[in-house]
Design a protein around this ligand. Structure first.
Ligand code: PMP
Length: 429
């Protein structure tokens, strides 16, 4: 009969080792914030398929929308025979993006494809080649995605050479001793040592580093970046693949930049929770920038799949009709207070942080930020899975536990998850 172990054995025999797997668990079915594995065991899902399930597993309104779309057509290729749902997704994304200027959008399939296309558009518009990204940043697994990613192990090992003209600056992180001034100085150093500012097409940044450890970009840094970009004619690209679609308390994290400091990015990338479990990504930007690519230069066979567009429209409806943005902020606050309480009892938890419901804890040895405790993170994550809670780690040093639970999870399920996490700390002490 089918067990996690038997499937794991088949997986090992049939699939390459390069494909990671956080847990040796195989899913049978899932509903909102809960998953049942092939052995009938229930798990609480604090991972959300890596930030994809802000609206939960199989939200009824999303399932209905996709089923209705299934009954009409599933694929024509948008560049061959177009369809309205794609246009409606773009219109609604344009309307939700910050900035007092006209916007245009186009759709793709994966997050990294959106990132690739943001760079393509930025280069076409500026007629410049270089791109600056940040240490600890993650932008995907294609060649340009790897080039932009600021973490060697495990993402880049053995895969080079990467596309040229990508440079990395420091991401500000007070906890680890990198100030906003240090980070800005690292960009000025690039201009001095590596590339003249007039050859830089774009700076790409995550509003909250995701894989890198849930570090929030300080608003002072964002302001300084925008000013630097304006000074040199550089485009500011914000990669909202992980932060977007309501995770941080607003539809886009950069809405908070606009509210607090009047800063709007020139280009935004989205994916993950945008279509609630269906493969869809988007590039949203200043209309004049987006129109710079020549006809035929953008697109893809599956890009903007009708099924995924139907799902994305349902996701946006769910946020609007169910007050999910406000609920997301509540979820974030509940998690933070539960985690702060845990931190008061477990000295290894050196930091509790986040934006909205994008929440993480960072583990240190001896309460010292210079002694990241990746080993404890591994043990806690494994222990929690055995107790029925799915967690994900992240961080440049692998010492961060991040929470990406569906925003539709009930308080009871959130609290149950936090209780398991606390017990897992006790059990691994
Ligand atoms: N950018 C960011 C910020 C991400 O978090 C990710 C995925 N973790 C990507 C890009 C790549 O997305 P995908 O895996 O869908 O290509």
């Amino acid at each position: 009969d089918t067990t996690n172990a038997s499937l794991m054995a088949r997986r090992r025999a049939a699939l390459p080792v390069g494909l990671g797997q956080s847990h040796e668990i195989f899913v049978d079915r899932a509903e909102n914030a809960e998953v049942w594995d092939v052995e009938g065991r229930r798990l609480i899902d604090f991972a959300g398929g890596i930030a994809v399930l802000n609206t939960g597993h199989r939200h009824p309104a999303l399932v209905k929308a996709v089923q209705e779309q299934l009954d009409r057509y599933t694929h024509t290729c948008f560049q061959v025979l177009a369809y309205e749902p794609y246009i409606e997704v773009a219109e609604r994304l344009n309307a939700k993006a910050p900035g007092n200027f006209p916007k245009k959008s186009f759709l793709l399939t994966t997050g990294v494809e959106a990132v690739e296309n943001a760079i393509k558009v930025a280069r076409a518009y500026t007629k410049r080649s270089a791109v600056i990204a940040f240490g600890g940043g993650f932008h995907g697994r294609t060649m340009m995605g790897m080039a932009l990613t600021g973490k060697v192990a495990p993402y880049k090992i053995g895969f080079g050479p990467f596309p040229a003209e990508v440079y990395h600056a420091k991401f500000p992180c007070a906890l680890h001793g990198v100030s906003v001034e240090d980070a800005m100085a690292s960009i000025e150093a690039l201009f001095k040592y590596d590339v003249e500012a007039s050859r830089v097409a774009a700076i790409i940044i995550e509003p909250v580093q995701g894989e890198g450890g849930f570090y929030v970009a300080p608003i002072e840094f964002v302001k300084a970046l925008r000013a630097l970009c304006d000074q040199h004619g550089i485009l500011l690209i914000v990669d909202e693949v992980q932060t977007g679609a309501g995770r941080t308390g607003t539809w886009l994290a950069c809405e908070q930049w606009f509210e607090q400091a009047g800063v709007a990015p020139d280009i935004i990338t989205m994916a993950k929770s945008l279509a609630g479990g269906f493969p869809l990504s988007a590039v949203i930007g200043r209309a004049e920038v987006m129109d710079a690519a020549a006809p035929g230069g953008l697109g893809g066979t599956y890009a903007g799949s009708p099924l995924a567009c139907a799902a994305a429209l349902a996701v946006m409806d769910i946020f609007e009709n169910e007050g999910l943005m406000a609920r997301g902020r509540e979820v974030g606050a509940r998690l933070v207070s539960g985690l702060q309480d845990m931190a008061s009892r477990h000295a290894t938890i050196g930091d509790v942080r986040g934006l909205g419901a994008m929440v993480a804890i960072e583990l240190f040895k001896n309460g010292d930020p210079h002694q990241p405790d990746a080993d404890r993170v591994k043990r806690v994550v494994t222990e929690a899975a055995q107790r029925g809670l799915v967690l994900l780690s992240c961080g440049v040093y692998g010492n961060v536990i991040r929470i990406l639970v569906p925003l539709t999870a009930s308080d009871a399920v959130l609290d149950e998850g936090l209780t398991i996490l606390s017990a897992s700390f006790d059990a691994t002490a």
